[in-house]
Design a protein around this ligand. Sequence first.
Ligand code: IMO
Ligand code: MG
Length: 423
Amino acid sequence: MNIAVIGAQWGDEGKGKLIDILSADADITVRYQGGNNAGHTVVVNHKVYVFHLLPSAILHPGKVCVIGNGVVIDPQAMLAEIKELSAKGLQVTANRLKISGRAHVVMPYHRILDGLRESKRKNKIGTTGRGIGPCYADKVTRCGIRMVDLLNPRVLKAKLEDNLSEKNDTFHKVYGQKGFGFSAIYQEYLAYGKKLKPYITDTAIFLYEAMQRKKTILFEGAQGTFLDIDFGTYPFVTSSNSIVGGACAGAGVPPMAIAKAIACVKAYTTRVGEGPFPTEFSDDLMERIRTKGNEFGATTGRPRRCGWFDSLLVRYAVIVNGISELAIMKLDILDELPKIKIAVGYRYRGKIYREFPMDSEVVCDAEPVYEEWDGWQTSTKNARTFTDLPLNARRYILRLEKLLKVGVKYISVGAQRDEIIVR
Ligand code: IMO
Ligand code: MG
């Protein structure tokens, strides 16, 4: 059965760990959107691995990883990740990594534009600065450079010249910056093409043929539902469709190919960058949870904003992704708290909202309506079955199931691969 795993909050829900576990049973794991703005941390035998572009499934020998057409690829970052894994003793061979020729390439001017646009914005998004937004913008304005173009010097030359003439005008006239010369970038990216050539293929055909042979596929969403370009807290979102629906366009598979969608959520909520966050903690709890949960971005190292579990948010994600199972991560981070809150509504101008509102003003200024539950104040780290959990922890999980109208299948109680409960 082909499964999709997505984030149901603002990213960093622990998808990397879940993918690492689930990919043991899947033949192929596919990334379908985003780029190296993602950052997934996986701990195996006390060794820490951080992935940005590669699915964490690459840790399982014999499994194939696919970077679909919907991903934007910074070749430099991709090669660095491959190199780092090989330094740790893991060879990423061409039969284990397939990169779509149709995936768009992040260029140096995208990274610079990302920062310059942010500097001009009144309401900053707090992007990761990896050039993701400008690269997707070029894709949609139809001037993007694709991976397959790196293998054809003539196409690359024509496209790069065209892009630079426009981009350099923008650099000079809008931002008063000096812009980019042609040769250095051209040579650099041709060299990336040479190095990545063995991996580049038509991944839609590869996946089709794999499905014909009854291979199982895991679709790995990056970011989270509230960073989705359509369903997120726009404009404080990323530039791709991180919901399950994005997997079809971003991997080239039909909707029927995805049998099940699992949502990953934290037992609380975090967000990196700017944008509304109704259940955000005040200072004292913020510091405590951030420290205990090591809530610092895996990509930029920025401190993550932390808050209570927001059931409106996750319920909405359950709806737009067609979620049938939940994975609740980092439950152990709440172990010491005497009281734990869950947002079950928003109050704004005398009105109570029970569903996640569309109006950004409401999301920004609403007061959450909370339920308060007693904490368990016991370590959950060694729990391996649901009944091992302290009573109040079970109550918390059962309450979330009821609010979200979906069952919790996985509960993570630590960073290690085996620190998980499977119900
Ligand atoms: P993973 O896959 C958390 C956030 C950025 C910023 C917004 C837009 O690790 O869950 P971008 O650089 O994408 O244009 O930035 O999106 N963001 C993430 N936040 N986890 C991520 O990925 C993120 N990828 C992007 O912080 O607010
Ligand atoms: Mg991350």
